[in-house]
Design a protein around this ligand. Structure first.
Ligand code: SAM
Length: 272
């Protein structure tokens, strides 16, 4: 078990052995900084070049500064995403520059690493960021999941917990707190009465019931040209939900086009 996630029937011993390393890799350690540099040179290199080279309405210099701050956040805060994924998300936010008051939503903040990064992208386009989470981790649930390769997974109550005070402090130290509004509680309660329009929504919520709740609230309020990004594309249940025409009928919007980005864990949902 790591961070309250159970993979496989009795865990994955090879993975646990790999994780028991001689060098500490947690936030703020030299090991983490070395790992970030390695990822920058290998795993995330193509995404970084794309992010810096793309013709976007926010200048390259500003993007380079943003990238440096993303790396600082990666080194300082436990996060559950890759740099590649967050650059893809940031790019979609930056494309909204010029929209009046761009509105971005994050569902699932964890320890606040994605929130701090997202807040920097949102500030660059003069927008606002609404952040939704229990701030107590994954809620109690009976869901049994499968990765796309069939490996069983469970998300235990309390996993990924980042307390609201700690998340706020991290965003204050490393992100753009002035653009953020925090909404503590279950999505089922806090997203009720959500007002539009929404430009970009990032969902990283693990439970399929949580994804469904977020989509019900957000999809009908997307501004034309806006998108929903889901970081739960590694789970079979997310794909099943997104392909379920009856679900979209209930939401009241047409089924979206679903595009896997990066290694496919990140999905972009767009509507014509
Ligand atoms: C994987 S973590 C998010 C990680 C973060 N985006 C990152 O990249 O570091 C998933 C988050 O979803 C939140 N969550 C899941 N279902 C929820 C629900 N129904 N209501 C509120 N929060 C929920 C959990 O509290 C947890 O913080």
């Amino acid at each position: 078990m790591t961070y309250g996630v159970v993979i496989g029937e009795r865990g994955d011993p090879a993975r646990w052995r790999r994780e028991r390393r001689w060098i500490r890799r947690g936030p703020g350690t030299l090991g983490r900084a070395l790992q970030t540099t390695k990822h920058l040179a290998l795993r995330d290199r193509a995404a970084v070049l794309r992010f810096l080279g793309a013709p976007l309405p926010v200048g390259r210099r500003a993007r380079l500064v943003m990238l440096r701050r993303f790396l600082r956040i990666t080194n300082a805060v436990r996060g559950y995403h890759t740099l590649t994924e967050l650059l893809e998300v940031a790019e979609r936010v930056l494309r909204r520059a010029g929209t009046p008051g761009p509105r971005v939503i994050e569902c699932g903040a964890g320890a606040g690493a994605s929130t701090a990064k997202l807040s920097l992208a949102v500030r660059a386009v003069g927008g606002t960021l609404d952040v939704y989470d229990t701030f107590r981790g994954i809620p109690a649930n009976e869901e049994r999941h499968e990765l796309l390769d069939g490996t069983p997974v469970r998300f235990l109550e309390g996993a990924f917990r980042g307390r609201l005070g700690a998340v706020r402090r991290r965003v204050e130290a490393l992100g753009a707190p002035e653009v953020c509004r925090f909404h503590k509680g279950l999505f089922e309660d806090t997203l009720v009465g959500l007002e539009g329009p929404v430009d970009v929504a990032l969902l990283d919520v693990d439970l399929v019931s949580s994804t469904a709740t977020c989509l019900r609230a957000i999809a009908p309020r997307l501004r034309p040209g806006g998108c929903v990004l889901s970081q739960d594309g590694h789970l079979r249940a997310t794909h099943d939900l997104l392909a379920d025409r009856a679900f979209w009928g209930e939401v009241g919007v047409a089924p979206p086009a679903v595009e896997p980005l990066g290694d496919g864990k990140l999905l972009a949902l767009t509507w014509p």
